[in-house]
Ligand binder design. Sequence first.
Ligand SMILES: *[C@@H]1O[C@H](CO)[C@@H](O)[C@H](O)[C@H]1NC(C)=O
Ligand SMILES: *[C@@H]1O[C@H](CO)[C@@H](O)[C@H](O)[C@H]1NC(C)=O
Ligand SMILES: *[C@@H]1O[C@H](CO)[C@@H](O)[C@H](O)[C@H]1NC(C)=O
Ligand SMILES: *[C@@H]1O[C@H](CO)[C@@H](O)[C@H](O)[C@H]1NC(C)=O
Ligand SMILES: *[C@@H]1O[C@H](CO)[C@@H](O)[C@H](O)[C@H]1NC(C)=O
Ligand SMILES: *[C@@H]1O[C@H](CO)[C@@H](O)[C@H](O)[C@H]1NC(C)=O
Ligand SMILES: *[C@@H]1O[C@H](CO)[C@@H](O)[C@H](O)[C@H]1NC(C)=O
Length: 409
Amino acid sequence: MISFKFIIVGAVFLCTYLLTCIKNSESAIISNFNVVNYGAKCDGKTDDGKPILEAWKQACNSNIASTVVIPPGNYILGPVDFQGPCKAAVTVRVEGYLRAPSMLDVFKLRDGWIVFRDISGLTIEGGGTFDGQGMIAWKENNCAKSGSCSMPTNIRFTGITNGEVNNITSLDSKMFHMNIIKCNYMTFKGITIDAPVSSPNTDGIHIGRSSMINITGATIRTGDDCVSLGDGSQHISINNITCGPGHGISVGSLGKYPGEQPVVGVIVRNCTLVNTMNGLRVKTWPNSFNGIASGLHFQDIIIDNVSNPVLIDQDYCPDDLCKLQVPSKVKVSDVLFKNIKGTSATKMAIQLKCSKIMPCENVTLDDIDLCYLGNKGNNRNTTSTATSECFNVRPAIMGKLSPPPCLKS
Ligand SMILES: *[C@@H]1O[C@H](CO)[C@@H](O)[C@H](O)[C@H]1NC(C)=O
Ligand SMILES: *[C@@H]1O[C@H](CO)[C@@H](O)[C@H](O)[C@H]1NC(C)=O
Ligand SMILES: *[C@@H]1O[C@H](CO)[C@@H](O)[C@H](O)[C@H]1NC(C)=O
Ligand SMILES: *[C@@H]1O[C@H](CO)[C@@H](O)[C@H](O)[C@H]1NC(C)=O
Ligand SMILES: *[C@@H]1O[C@H](CO)[C@@H](O)[C@H](O)[C@H]1NC(C)=O
Ligand SMILES: *[C@@H]1O[C@H](CO)[C@@H](O)[C@H](O)[C@H]1NC(C)=O
Ligand SMILES: *[C@@H]1O[C@H](CO)[C@@H](O)[C@H](O)[C@H]1NC(C)=O
């Protein structure tokens, strides 16, 4: 009798063990969530938003790290929210070509096409493309006239911690390509961004109210800033990116709204700017609210045919809708421009236009060699000495400097 009981108990234990094994191996298998298994057609005609979202929900709900796979193919999808929090880390492997609807009516009040929100431990990879199909939206863009914009960003990252975005392409966004808000500890590696030089407000990567963000090895061609750092951008590193065409790499614009957080600790290094409107720029609005931009390092930069290679502009007023006579109240300090070399498309290669009521402090120009290309950059044979001007700042000069500092021609 006793031995029979033991056999029963033993058998129950064995079964429980086997079931756990099966369950574990099952979850190991289903930790890959292929959108095709959820009904994605990837025929370039059917809206695949629902199956993609269903795969995301399963992955996000998985207790172990999991991957949403979007295999090669053509996908059409309307706006999609990849909403967290998730139970474990999630990877989204985009190998396919994703197209947004070109008409704006689908987006109504939505400010993003693909949105990743409130996720800790997110990886995006796979070499895929996010095509925003912005041509129609660009024609309807009246942001400059109205002073405000409501068009969808291609990819939004909101509230992401510990994120990695590798090896994807964003094409022809209706507005900003990527917008990183309230994120911490994210790395962007090998990103390609592409939109025509004439497309309005198609900033490459915008960062705001985020810290510890690294962007490395990106190629950005667009109609507005390649990278822009809005208020609250802290400890940002931008390394080895090529920008152009576009409006350059910008801190700001700052001071337009009340309660903006400081921009602190920005390192832009090893970058190349080609045929851009600006190179390295800090922009703040006149007649502004209070603000701070401090600890900005621009170093080891190649400038090729750039209209305003080095620019601090505290009279930033792109649409001529501001009171220029009232100075900016954004304090700019601890700025380093070091080892900046190449050609300017305008004679004025260095412009430091600081605020009358809040002069820039501790600005250093170290080892700068910029010459004027001549003839609006169209004649590379006629380079000549460039000029510089400074207002409300006395930069410290180190190393060799051409053009000489703060000399108008
Ligand atoms: C980018 O992704 C594609 C597709 O998965 C892959 O073939 C390629 O090796 C990746 N490139 C890098 C630099 O990781
Ligand atoms: C980000 O860049 C900074 C400065 O280049 C570097 O110290 C840091 O290790 C980088 N972080 C990651 C996660 O790559
Ligand atoms: C710089 O980025 C490019 C891609 O734009 C990459 O091919 C190259 O390896 C990177 N170089 C370094 C030193 O990281
Ligand atoms: C800058 O690029 C050069 C050449 O690609 C590389 O050797 C160097 O390590 C890079 N420096 C930084 C800070 O990334
Ligand atoms: C210089 O850049 C301008 C755009 O700002 C462009 O029209 C021109 O063709 C460029 N010149 C060269 C030689 O690439
Ligand atoms: C001046 O600015 C540089 C660059 O940000 C910084 O390293 C240095 O500590 C600053 N010096 C002072 C006295 O604040
Ligand atoms: C620039 O110089 C090269 C070589 O001297 C010459 O062949 C070319 O025609 C010149 N270009 C212009 C626009 O003057």
